[in-house]
Design a protein around this ligand. Sequence first.
Ligand code: DMJ
Length: 442
Amino acid sequence: MRTLIVLCLTSFFCTAHAQQAVTADDVKREYLHAWNAYKQYAWGHDALRPLSKQPHDWHDVSLLMTPIDAYDTMLLMGLKDEAAEAKRLIFDKLSFDQNIEVQAFEIIIRLLGGLLSAYQMDGDPRWLALAKDLGDRLMPIYDSPTGLPFRYVHLQMGAIRDSVNNPAEIGTALIEFGTLSKLTGNPVYYDKAKQALIQLFNRRSRIGLVGTWINVVTGEWTNASSHVGGAIDSYYEYLLKAWKLFGDEDCKTMYDMSIVAVNKYVADTVRGEMWYGRVDMHTGKRTSTRFGSLEAFFPGVLAMGGDIDRAERLQESCFKMWTLHNIEPEGIDYATMTPTSKGYVLRPEIIESAYYLYHYTGDDKYRRMGETFFRDLVRYCRTEAGYAELEDVTTKQKRDAMESFFLAETLKYCYLLLAPKETLDFDNVIFNTEAHPIRKTW
Ligand code: DMJ
């Protein structure tokens, strides 16, 4: 008996010593490490290249991706000075009157979403003016015979391009455009974005699934692979969230009908574990057992949709994917548990799902998961100047990039998971897919 007590105490202290609890302040400190590196080496540019310590811009001119994406996280973390300097930079430098063509989806979720949440949190009308200007410049994407949007638009000319688009890029706009309508009183943004969702939903297959690529001029599918990963993912997220944010019952109906088909055909059970793979949208026949870091958003959506059981089971699988190499790869084959795409681009989805599950279940294991994610991020991705993506999670070789969503999402969800609940009024906030919090202020 005495030996048993000594053994238990020894193991408790060893564990406690090896795994000191991570706090929200630890996350804030690392956020500052990344932001300060951006400030020092990439100020005024879209992003930082953390290994070469060079700036990176997406286009010929900077659209200040990192400051806009990062701003509301600063407010949530109480980083007032950093927020003030980011705000000054944005109003001094940012103009959307540029001779460049942009990918609408990325601009909507990062910039339009960021400007709208900044406006709601900070109250300065200049945020809304910028958001409206941007929204107007993006509107030509909807000028197609089907109402499904084109992928690219020229900010000055309104010229549109790329008629083959995917459900994620088509369907991830209603939170931002809907909010713009509510805040400006002009319904046009809401109507166009919602019409695109309806047009996409109406083109689902007879068994209720969507594919990966569709021609927005003809309305024909060009790739019939159905899954919950990149190119489809946030289409489902926005059906659910648009209902929650706007009370739009059509969106709820579309979500409810879609999720039944996804759970019936795309969900898969291997070794008793729940996964979501790939199937043909018309037949439901399984085509691949691929899962990945983008798919890891799905437990969060399932939980928000009320299906805690599936959400928890899938999050266990996601955690298994992460702990395989102590950082998740972009893609794995869950049948063999081997990576099929070995990079890690500092993605947030798995942490986002832990955040939702912690909120809905109150189970502390999701906080502990968050601590694991954060510790591994610090251990493998931290560099002298910010954080770096990994080229290969098996070797931990780094890559010279730090996407703006690392500051908008990855560290925000780590922080919120560990911070006191009062930090955010969870029940009255909907995050867009880039983790910009939108409140129903209308
Ligand atoms: C972000 O831009 C968004 O979360 C988007 O929905 C998916 N890709 C990245 C993060 O991985």
